[in-house]
Design a protein around this ligand. Structure first.
Ligand SMILES: Nc1nc2c(ncn2[C@@H]2O[C@H](COP(=O)(O)OP(=O)(O)O)[C@@H](O)[C@H]2O)c(=O)[nH]1
Ligand SMILES: [Mg+2]
Length: 454
């Protein structure tokens, strides 16, 4: 038997409105103990999708003016009776209204418990539930678009399409292996292979697009590296739109790593501006250089900066060498000054080379194009129905691996039983991706990372 839960759904900060949300079989009865409607009618007599103006009271004292919204089961966020009490925002009033609601018989909701109920009551799939937090936590327009598409069910549809293909294949296999003596049509190896390939292709597309989609949702660790004074910090500040790093003409100004997340070229870049990489006797700078090298190693995207107004040094070439085969952009900076070396010398080490003036803000469009082309986001629609969490990607990878194994078994001429086991594994992975077959522990883990009141 489910109980009735309540929580403050809005941010704990001064604001125009604060919302206390109640969900469960006793939501209306609990609210009626706190809410006095101006028209005198209790909420238990109000239809779904209605709102009432009145006051919240506790022990005979008026706490605040309130508008109560009624959502009747099953047409509510959680699928249960839900009452929302909209009061004034702020730290004190919303807490007092919540206290009154708890005193009236509700239990304080745990993190994510409303959305968990929506999932358990079959209102939304697990990917839709996860998208709720994606929307709340979105750091950029495209991240919000990706989560919105997932919330609308687009991701769930793509997952269901694969599951459906696999279920057909599994059903044919099961009928054949379980009732060989009956009049069940023989499983055609060619047809089976084709349908497994079709499912594999869908999973591969989903995985590949979602990997690129991480640039929208999670952000790309990006290291700005180069010799001292090439203009790394100037570039950092240009991209951040503010003076994040100190810029001077003195080499060795940036000693520690300066971090900033910026929206650039429609993606999120988790930038690290680093100390200029070179030989130095200064102990503090040495530590900075070590950290710069570490960031260079860890980064998924590298902005290798070179100063075209100075001659190319061994240290520049050494950096270029380290960028070979990486997702790295060669940034020839200070395009406003005369060039002292031929950029063609660096091009072979990089997939992308751009010329900019970080000081003047020139060449940004070129840099944007280089980034979207390297990250594979140029042609990627954030609303395509992507996977947006590490858990989802893990499930899809498990399905892909099982399908590859199944195809392998088929091609090696193994028994259809063996192929069937792989297909079942792939189905299990897809069902845990959608949440249709997922352990209680996983569900617990997912919703524990939610905010209270959602
Ligand atoms: N003319 C010109 N000067 C630049 C440009 N970018 C940076 N600088 C100058 O180069 C010097 C070093 O810049 P800074 O960003 O601190 O370099 P960092 O050591 O690589 O972080 C400063 O005097 C900047 O004003 C540029 O595009 N053009
Ligand atoms: Mg610097």
């Amino acid at each position: 038997m489910t109980d009735t839960i309540a929580a403050i759904a809005t941010a704990q900060a001064p604001g125009a409105l604060g919302v206390v949300r109640i969900s469960g079989p006793d939501a209306r009865a609990v609210a009626d103990r706190v809410f006095r409607a101006k028209n005198g009618k209790p909420l238990s007599q109000s239809a779904g999708y209605t709102m009432r103006y009145g006051h919240a009271v506790q022990d005979g004292e008026t706490i605040d003016e309130v508008v109560a919204l009624v959502f009747a089961a099953p047409h509510s966020y959680t699928g249960e009776d839900v009452i929302e009490l909209d009061c004034h925002g702020g730290l004190v009033v919303t807490s007092r209204v919540l206290q009154a609601v708890l005193q009236a018989g509700a239990r304080a909701a745990e993190a994510g418990e409303f959305t968990k109920r929506a999932f358990l009551n079959g209102r939304i799939s697990l990917t839709q539930a996860e998208a709720v937090m994606g929307i709340i936590g979105a750091q950029g327009k495209n991240a919000a678009r990706a989560s919105q598409a997932a919330l609308s069910g687009k991701t769930a549809q793509r997952i269901a399409a694969v599951t459906q293909d696999l279920t057909h294949a599994a059903a044919a296999l099961a009928a054949w292996t379980d009732y060989p003596e009956d009049d069940v049509p023989a499983v055609d190896g060619g047809d089976l292979e084709q349908s497994l390939y079709a499912a594999l292709q869908k999973v591969e597309d989903l995985l590949c697009q979602s990997e690129s989609g991480k640039a929208f949702t999670q952000g790309i660790p990006t290291a700005i590296v180069g010799r001292p004074n090439v203009g790394k910090s100037t570039l950092m500040n240009l991209l951040a739109g503010e003076e994040r790093s100190i810029v001077t003409q003195i080499a060795g100004t940036t000693r520690d790593v300066v971090e900033e997340t910026v929206s650039f070229a429609g993606v999120l870049l988790r930038l690290s501006d680093t100390a200029g990489i070179h030989e130095t006797a200064d102990e503090v700078e040495q530590i900075g250089v070590a950290r710069a090298k570490e960031r260079l190693q860890q980064a998924s995207l590298v902005f290798a900066v070179f100063d075209q107004s100075n001659s190319l040094e061994d240290e520049d070439l050494c950096l270029a060498e380290q960028c070979k085969g990486r997702n790295a952009v060669c940034i020839i900076n200070k395009s406003d000054l005369p060039a002292r070396f031929d950029a063609a010398l660096l091009e072979p080490y990089f997939c992308q080379t751009v010329s900019i003036s970080a000081k003047e803000g020139d060449g940004l469009e070129q840099l944007q194009n280089a980034v979207t082309s390297l990250l594979g986001t140029a042609a990627l629609d954030p609303a395509a129905g992507l996977l947006t969490t590490a858990r989802q990607l893990d499930c899809a990878r498990a399905a892909r691996d099982a399908l590859l194994q199944g195809l392998d078994a088929l091609q090696c001429g193994m028994t259809l039983d063996a192929v069937g086991v792989c297909v079942d594994d792939a189905i299990a992975a897809m069902l845990s991706l959608s949440g249709e077959r997922v352990s209680e522990r996983v569900v617990q883990e997912i919703f524990a990372s939610f905010c209270v009141g959602k």
